[in-house]
Design a protein around this ligand. Structure first.
Ligand SMILES: O=C(O)C(=O)Cc1ccccc1
Length: 314
């Protein structure tokens, strides 16, 4: 019998991406930039988007992590520090300016809603242009737009793309107190294969600090002593004991580098660590490596110790 030849059509796996929604958030824009052509699903909160990955309902989640005006997004730090570990495998940075949306034909603006980070970035504009409107926090910029459609609010400070999703009109566009504001977004997934080192990477960790004085400085010394530059450090309450904090630390480098391996083992000996990922920096900034603190220096030092142990050197 003629041997049957079977061809398997190339199966292109479409990734399921959860993102902080609803539709029309800046995070949706970031998800489309990081995962073009994948299957995107909005979730009302950062925590629910992360939980979708933990539950296996999504392969990855796109969430906001920090903003150049208002700092970190606490819900993201808290959502990554507890529960099954998730690691960042990619990031993107978006320039942020807002549209103020209202219902067509509506009258006086008495309330204006948005994500707290958005309200903080347009505070001066609101005071100048909508002085009689009361700012109201909503779960996201797009949730604010939904609230305007539903009559809960009179206006929303939203992402420019929100106008494509909701039957509203633009009261103002290009609104931002700080002209070059930016927000960084992460794509996170369950631990697995790491992105390859690029020389321009970021590694993130959460250090669950013990309540001993000097804990933070002990951690920072392990990095500074190896010439590793921090790019961010934030403290968040553990919510267990008053005054007890976790430290979220980002630094230049990739966990696969010998110099970073040396630092991470030292950090892990000092306190409980959670690895939050090593991935390329969206800004492409290469790591600054001090004289004597490069990967080859660490490899050479290890080779010397190996020779000593074999009685082949001293
Ligand atoms: O609510 C959104 O649209 C988000 O994606 C979070 C956010 C809020 C404000 C600035 C940047 C991102």
């Amino acid at each position: 019998m003629k041997s049957a030849t079977r061809t398997v059509a190339s199966l292109t796996l479409v990734l399921r991406i959860a993102y902080f929604g609803p539709e029309g958030t800046f995070t949706e824009q970031a998800a489309r930039a990081l995962a073009p052509g994948e299957d995107l699903t909005p979730y009302e909160t950062v925590r629910l988007a992360l939980q979708a990955v933990r539950d296996g309902a999504a392969d990855a989640a796109c969430v906001p992590i920090e903003n150049s005006v208002e700092g970190v997004v606490p819900a993201t730090l808290d959502g990554l520090s507890d529960g099954d570990p998730l690691v960042a495998t990619a990031e993107t940075i978006l320039p942020i300016h807002f549209s103020v949306l209202k219902r067509p034909g509506s009258g006086e603006i008495r309330t204006v809603a948005s994500h707290p980070h958005a309200l903080a970035q347009v505070r001066e504009w609101l005071e100048t242009n909508l002085p009689d409107a009361t700012p109201v926090a909503s779960s996201s910029t797009a949730a604010a737009a939904v609230g305007v459609v539903e009559g809960d609010f009179d206006a929303a400070v939203s992402a420019p793309v929100a106008i494509e999703h909701y039957p509203l009109e633009e009261l103002a566009t290009g609104v931002a107190d700080v002209r070059d504001a930016q927000t960084r977004f992460l794509m996170v997934r369950r631990p697995g294969e790491l992105p390859a080192p690029t020389g321009a990477d970021r590694t993130s960790i959460v250090a669950a600090a013990v309540n001993r004085t000097g804990t933070l400085s002990d951690l920072l010394v392990e990095l500074a002593g190896r010439g590793i530059n921090l790019t961010r450090i934030d403290a968040r309450p553990t919510r267990n004991n008053f005054g007890e904090y976790r430290f979220f630390i980002d630094f230049e480098g990739h966990v696969a580098e010998p110099r970073i391996i040396d630092a991470m083992t030292a950090l892990r000996r000092r306190c409980h660590l959670r690895f939050l990922g090593s991935h390329p920096r969206a800004d492409g900034v290469a790591a600054t490596i001090e004289e004597g603190a490069g990967n080859q220096d660490f490899l050479d030092a290890q080779a010397w110790v190996d020779a000593v142990l074999k009685g082949e050197g001293a």
